[in-house]
Design a binder for this molecule. Structure first.
Ligand SMILES: NC(=O)c1ccc[n+]([C@@H]2O[C@H](COP(=O)([O-])OP(=O)(O)OC[C@H]3O[C@@H](n4cnc5c(N)ncnc54)[C@H](O)[C@@H]3O)[C@@H](O)[C@H]2O)c1
Length: 443
C-alpha cells in the first residue's frame, strides 16, 4: 500500500469507516471509493470530462493558461491549481490523471504519471512519435495489473464498433484480405506562424511549448473554440501528428477494433510534397499485418485529405462518407461510418448462407459510458478498458510509422519487437522526436 493510501486507511479506521485504496476490489459504487484526480488542460476538451469527473474528487487542476483556472475552480472548488504539469503530478494525494493538453505533451505526462503509479486517461493521440508510443506502452505493460489506462477515442463505445467486429469475425464477407480507413478533413497551413510579440499575461507559452523546439508566440495557435482549438496547432510537426492524431485516431479505431491488428511488418506511403513545418494534408499509407488467430495476413490502408480507397462498385461514392472504413473479403465488402454499415456481397458464391447473425445472447457487450469505464477500472483493476495503452499505442504506432514512410519516400520493413526499420537507416532517425533541453520523456 502506498503511503498516502495507508494514511487514508489508518485515518478512516479511527473513525470506524473503511476507505479502500484505489485498485481494491470494493465494488464500483462502494461509498467513499472516490478517486483523487488531477485534470491537466482544464478548458476545451477538458470541459467534456467535467460531468464524469464530478462524481470523483478533482483535487488538482493544471493549465498553462491561468485565465482558464478560475472557471474550472467553480466546478472543482477544492482543487489546488498549477500551470506546470510536472509540479501538478507530484501532488501527494493523487490516484489518477486526465490529460487534455496539446498533443506534444501527451506521452510525457502519461509516462510521468505511470512512473508515479497513477491511473491515466489521455486524450487522443497517445503519442506523436513512434518512440513515444513504444515507451508509454512498455511502461504501462509493466503495471497493467494495477493501473487503468484509456485513450480518449470515445467513439469506440458506439454500438457499430461491436457490430462490425462481430460481422467480420463471423465471416460476413468470407476471408478478410484488406481494410481501409479514411478521413477527408483538409486544413492547410504554410508553416509555423510568425512572431507576434509576447503571449498575454498569465499564459505560459514556454510551458505550452514544453518539450518541443521553441517557436515564437502567435495568437493564431489559440484562435479556435472550445474542443476545436486543437485544429489550430495539431498539423504542425512539433505540436501534433496532423490528421493522424486528429480524426485519424477515431477512424482508424473503427477499423482496428474490427480486425484485431497489432504491429505492422511494413509501411509505405505517398502524399503531397513534404513540408518541414506542417504534416501532410493529402496522404495515403499502407501497412502489411501478419495473420492472427482468426484471420490471415491483411493489408491495412489509411487515406487522408482527399486521397481515397478505390470504390468497390461505381455506384458507391465513398467520398460521401467523410470519415469511414471499408473491409474487403473473399466474398465482398463492408463499408461503414461510425454509426452504420452496409454489406456488399460479391461474386457467384456470396449467397450469405455461410453467415449467421448472432443471437441477442451472443452479441458483444456494450462498452457503456467510455470515461466511466476507465473510472470503474481505476477502482477495480480487474476490469478492462476498451482503449488501453496497449491497444491504443499499437494503433498510433502504426499510423506514425506511416508518416515516417511518407518522409523517406520508400517502403520500409519494420520489426515491431525491437522498434527498428530493417531496410532504411534514415527511417530509424525519424522514429523519435528531438526534445528541448530539460524535458525528459520518461521522467
Ligand atoms: N476525444 C475527442 O473527441 C477530442 C475532441 C477534441 C480534442 N481532443 C483532444 O484534446 C486535446 C486538447 O484539445 P483542445 O482542442 O481542447 O486544445 P486546446 O488548445 O484548447 O487546449 C485545451 C486546454 O489545455 C491547456 N493546455 C494545453 N497544453 C497544456 C499543457 N502542456 N499543460 C497544461 N495545460 C495545457 C490549454 O490552455 C487549454 O485550456 C488534444 O489532444 C485533442 O486531440 C479530443
Amino acid at each position: 500500500m502506498r503511503r498516502r493510501q495507508f494514511i487514508k486507511a489508518v485515518a478512516a479506521a479511527g473513525s470506524g469507516m473503511l476507505i479502500l485504496p484505489s485498485g481494491a476490489r470494493a465494488g464500483k459504487n462502494a461509498p467513499g471509493n472516490k478517486l483523487n484526480i488531477a485534470l491537466i488542460g482544464v478548458w476545451g476538451r477538458g470541459l467534456a470530462h467535467y460531468e464524469s469527473l464530478g462524481a470523483e474528487n478533482v483535487v488538482a487542476l493544471c493549465d498553462v493558461n491561468e485565465k482558464r483556472l478560475p472557471e474550472a475552480l467553480k466546478s472543482f472548488p477544492k482543487a489546488k491549481t498549477y500551470t506546470d504539469w510536472r509540479k501538478c503530478i507530484e501532488q501527494k494525494d493523487l490516484d489518477a490523471v486526465v490529460i487534455c493538453t496539446a498533443d506534444h505533451h501527451h506521452a510525457f505526462i502519461a509516462n510521468w504519471a505511470l512512473n508515479r503509479d497513477l491511473h491515466v486517461y489521455c486524450e487522443k493521440p497517445l503519442a506523436i512519435s513512434v518512440e513515444e508510443a513504444r515507451v508509454v506502452r512498455a511502461n504501462w505493460l509493466k503495471k497493467k495489473d494495477k493501473l487503468a489506462t484509456q485513450v480518449g477515442m470515445q467513439r469506440h463505445a458506439m454500438p457499430n464498433f461491436n457490430r462490425l467486429r462481430e460481422m467480420l469475425r463471423d465471416g460476413v464477407i468470407g476471408d478478410l484480405s484488406a481494410a481501409y480507413a479514411w478521413g477527408n478533413r483538409q486544413i492547410r497551413r504554410k508553416g509555423y506562424w510568425p512572431d507576434s510579440g509576447q503571449a498575454p499575461k498569465g499564459f505560459h507559452f514556454d510551458l505550452w511549448l514544453g518539450p518541443s523546439p521553441a517557436h515564437p508566440y502567435n495568437p493564431a495557435y489559440f484562435a479556435g473554440g472550445p474542443g476545436m482549438n486543437c485544429l489550430e496547432w495539431n498539423m504542425f510537426w512539433d505540436f501534433g501528428a496532423g490528421q493522424i492524431g486528429d480524426m485519424g485516431s477515431h477512424t482508424m479505431d473503427l477499423l482496428w477494433n474490427a480486425v484485431d491488428a497489432s504491429l505492422p511488418t511494413s509501411a509505405e506511403a505517398k502524399g503531397e510534397k513534404y513540408n518541414p513545418d506542417v504534416t501532410p494534408v493529402e496522404c495515403e499509407s499502407h501497412f502489411e499485418h501478419p495473420k492472427n488467430d482468426w484471420r490471415g495476413p491483411i493489408r491495412i490502408s489509411w487515406y487522408q485529405g482527399g486521397a481515397m480507397p478505390p470504390s468497390p462498385k461505381p455506384y458507391i461514392d465513398l467520398k460521401r462518407i467523410d470519415h469511414g472504413a471499408m473491409f474487403k473479403g473473399s466474398k465482398g465488402y463492408v463499408v461503414a461510418d461510425f454509426g452504420s454499415r452496409i454489406v456488399l456481397p460479391f461474386g457467384d458464391s456470396s449467397d450469405l448462407t455461410y453467415y449467421k447473425p448472432r443471437s441477442q445472447d451472443n452479441v458483444l457487450p456494450p462498452v457503456g459510458h467510455f470515461q466511466k469505464q476507465w473510472l470503474d477500472a481505476c477502482k477495480n483493476t480487474s476490469l478492462k478498458t476498451a482503449c488501453d495503452f496497449e491497444y491504443s499505442a499499437n494503433m498510433i504506432e502504426q499510423m506514425l510509422l506511416g508518416l515516417v514512410a511518407y518522409r523517406v519516400g520508400k517502403k520500409i520493413n519494420y520489426d515491431g519487437a525491437t522498434g527498428q526499420v530493417t531496410n532504411c537507416p534514415e527511417a530509424n532517425d525519424l522514429l523519435a522526436r528531438k526534445y528541448r533541453a530539460g524535458w525528459t520523456l520518461n521522467g
